[in-house]
Design a protein. Structure first.
Length: 231
């Protein structure tokens, strides 16, 4: 939770997080399917109970940092509901399928009446299509790494609102402009290199970028806006 609070303190436009489910059914926020890298334990999250996961240190990979726990979705939403942010919730179900996680997520979103501030995404096309079927008014995005025009075709055929491509797709001629023409929002991941950030901020039709270096991204955006105002 400290990272989310820090992003809010830096005045981020929004937050991106990854959603999984414990063995006993708790929706939790965690990036990796296996806990070795993040918590030093060789176990798959899907096989851990909520209590077992709660005992792990989410800050394991940051020596010297205070201990952190992996938050539940409920804990996050109870904080987020009172803040003026948007959130992109990535359903992490390409490796572990998590049946019916879409309906569980929608129930949690609706408990706080947050459909207008939530974007749901996944690399699993079937999952975001199901989410869109359950909630036509909820913004849903397909995540992908390559073949952008194929992804765009899938988004249009399935009534999706947005695409979240790997940042290298920034350089595919005509892709962003076609998305803009077709009213498909585009948010690139994971943009951490300054020259790529500048390119993404400058390029018409890019709705947002997802980054691990929020302070740098905000600084570059303000620098570029300042130059525009002076021009």
């Amino acid at each position: 939770m400290s990272a989310f609070r820090a992003a809010h303190g830096l005045r981020a436009d929004g937050i991106e997080l990854d959603l999984q489910r414990t063995a006993d059914g708790t929706l939790v926020i965690c990036h990796d399917e296996n806990m070795q890298r993040l918590a030093g334990v060789d176990a798959d999250l899907k096989d851990l109970t909520w209590r077992q996961l709660s005992e792990l240190n989410a800050a394991y990979s940051f020596p010297g940092a205070p201990e952190e726990h992996f938050p539940s979705l409920e804990e996050f939403l109870s904080w987020f509901a009172w803040e003026s942010l948007t959130v992109n919730i990535e359903i992490k179900n390409s490796i572990s399928p998590y049946p019916l996680i879409e309906s569980e997520l929608l129930y949690a979103i609706d408990q706080y009446r947050l459909r207008d501030r939530v974007i749901v995404s996944s690399f699993n096309l079937d999952s975001v299509v199901e989410m869109k079927r359950l909630a036509p008014d909820l913004e849903c995005a397909f995540l992908f790494k390559s073949r952008p025009f194929r992804a765009l075709k899938a988004a249009r055929e399935n009534g999706l609102d947005a695409l979240h491509p790997h940042f290298l797709n920034l350089y595919v001629p005509g892709f962003v402009s076609l998305c803009r023409y077709l009213n498909i929002s585009v948010r690139f991941w994971t943009v951490n290199v300054p020259r790529v950030m500048r390119h993404a901020i400058r390029k018409k039709g890019v709705d947002a970028l997802i980054t691990d270096d929020l302070a740098l991204a905000l600084s570059l955006r303000e620098e570029m806006r300042s130059k525009t105002r002076k021009a």
